[in-house]
Write a protein that binds this ligand. Structure first.
Ligand SMILES: *[C@@H]1O[C@H](CO)[C@@H](O)[C@H](O)[C@H]1NC(C)=O
Ligand SMILES: *[C@@H]1O[C@H](CO)[C@@H](O)[C@H](O)[C@H]1NC(C)=O
Ligand SMILES: *[C@@H]1O[C@H](CO)[C@@H](O)[C@H](O)[C@H]1NC(C)=O
Length: 468
């Protein structure tokens, strides 16, 4: 027993160690209202499919009835509220629900048999259920219906066919039998509609594939917190090398979403998430680039050859006349991303190795420079992806090593500005424009989307639509 208890405690440890989320998602009252509409539509659908089992009963010793073929004709849920119960979850309350049922009746009283059809109207139905939202073993949210209660109030039955003196004997019994049967059906049906909701929640992209190098983990780091105005989810929001989850030497800082309410959903993506991306691509060796002359637009007077470089460093042209050159730009460490209000900046630290290309294709190293550059980033949402575009704001060159003697590094600024602006940055922007998947459910569409760059995170405010 004690051993079991210890083992179950050990099993819980990964869930209870608190990791700060890299991505936060807030569902606002507006989002919950949309959820209410979806829930009501789903419950309505289910109620319409209710089929009561055939039933029979006795009124007195000698009076028997049976009811068959009972089907819903119409269901209405005019008043449904979804309220948040802080610390628990949403509570769905439906009052004044109504339905119309059609069925066949058959009665026997002493030696008289009679039959016909009936319509039953019920317009005083209420039910309510609380929903608990937890994390399932895959890190997706899972909801369940707790404390469901249903009450089916008064109903009126109208018989067709047969003799009224006869069916009036049964009227009360019949409506009370149906009342009980209905009352028993509602909560299981609500639980069923709620568990259908889990099929949608299971589509959360807890491991979103980005490209051949990377995937993003969006599993929940803890169960969501429910306040009286929102439900807040903490997601891991971390890039990993595909199939190889190595932790970076830094971890998410605490950040909080501002109390916005105009959109259904707010998604906060921390600088940690973006830095984990930089770490992953850097570790995968994906942040290096060979630059050759053909990559520089023909209109540029600056060419990657020993003649252009010879203008600034004469010994290059003297020792290697008439040769083309090649540059290798390689990240020295993962870039640093800074989010300040209205300002997203990426600072990167690279080495640039310049080579002369010998006629036999051998690369002769000329020098190595350290390149520190800052780019300003515009971050935007494209579909359900977070994308970006950068522009160079600052560049700083220092000499690493030289195989061609001393030279003034500053004289190469114009060459490297050309290289960054015409080759490196456009290459980055092609990648960044493809975007990175945001956490999504099923076929979710984002509409009325806006994005703000805030301290240590970007905040996306959006409404959602589910299509199909
Ligand atoms: C929500 O709770 C806060 C404090 O817990 C309270 O000040 C506020 O009035 C509540 N809002 C609503 C809409 O109930
Ligand atoms: C943006 O932030 C960077 C670094 O935090 C800073 O150097 C730069 O001046 C800022 N730009 C603006 C327009 O505020
Ligand atoms: C290629 O040419 C260079 C310069 O002429 C020479 O030093 C080098 O040995 C040659 N390499 C090969 C593999 O032929």
């Amino acid at each position: 027993m004690f051993l079991c208890w210890c083992l179950s405690l050990v099993a819980l440890i990964p869930l209870t160690t608190s990791t700060n989320p890299g991505v936060k998602v807030k569902l606002t009252a507006k989002g919950i209202e949309y959820g209410r509409q979806l829930a009501v539509a789903s419950i309505l659908q289910k109620l319409k499919t209710i089929k009561l089992d055939d039933m029979s009963g006795k009124v007195r010793v000698s009076a028997k009835y049976s009811l068959t073929n009972m089907n819903m004709v119409d269901v209405g849920l005019p008043t449904a509220a979804l309220d948040l119960v802080p610390g628990t979850g949403p509570k769905l309350s439906i009052v004044n629900a109504n339905f119309r049922l059609h069925g066949n009746w058959r009665v026997r009283y002493r030696f008289v048999k009679d039959s016909g059809s009936f319509n039953l109207n019920a317009d005083d139905i209420s039910f309510s259920t609380s929903l608990s939202i937890k994390t399932d073993p895959t890190g997706r949210p899972a909801v369940s219906s707790i404390d469901c209660g249903a009450n089916v109030g008064k109903m009126s039955v109208r018989f067709r066919g047969g003799a009224s003196w006869l069916y009036n004997l049964f009227k009360k019994s019949i409506s009370s039998a149906i009342q009980k049967a209905m009352q028993k059906k509602i909560c299981p049906l609500v639980a069923n509609a709620v568990s259908d909701l889990n099929n949608n929640l299971k589509t959360l992209n807890v491991l979103a594939k980005v490209d051949k190098f990377a995937e993003i983990e969006y599993s929940m780091v803890a169960s969501p917190t429910v306040s009286n105005t929102s439900i807040d989810f903490g997601l891991k929001g971390e890039f990993y090398n595909t199939g190889k989850h190595q932790e970076p030497p830094f971890s998410p800082a605490v950040f909080s979403l501002p109390p916005q309410i105009n959109n259904m959903l707010y998604i906060g993506v921390s600088s940690f998430t973006i830095e984990s991306a930089a770490f992953v691509y850097n570790t995968a060796g994906a942040l290096s680039l060979y630059i050759t002359d053909d990559m520089i637009p023909t209109i540029s007077p600056i060419r990657l050859n020993t003649r252009t470089f010879g203008v600034f460093i004469p010994q290059i042209d003297q020792r290697f006349p008439g040769l083309m050159m090649k540059l290798l730009v390689k990240m020295a460490k993962a870039p640093v991303i800074t989010f300040e209000p209205n300002n997203a900046t990426v600072q990167s630290f690279a080495s640039v190795t310049a080579y002369a290309i010998q006629p036999n294709a051998t690369l002769t190293p000329l020098f190595v420079l350290n390149l520190v550059s800052s780019v300003g980033a515009r971050v935007f949402v494209s579909g359900t992806r977070l994308a970006g575009a950068v522009t160079l704001s600052k560049m700083d060159l220092t000499l690493g090593t030289s195989d061609v003697g001393d030279f003034q590094v500053g004289t190469l600024n114009s060459i490297f500005q050309t290289v960054l602006n015409f080759v490196v940055i456009p290459t980055m922007n092609v990648q960044l424009a493809k975007g990175y998947p945001l956490p999504t459910l099923g076929k979710m569409k984002l509409v009325n989307t806006q994005l703000l760059v805030l301290k240590d995170h970007v905040m996306i405010g959006t409404d959602v639509q589910f299509t199909g």
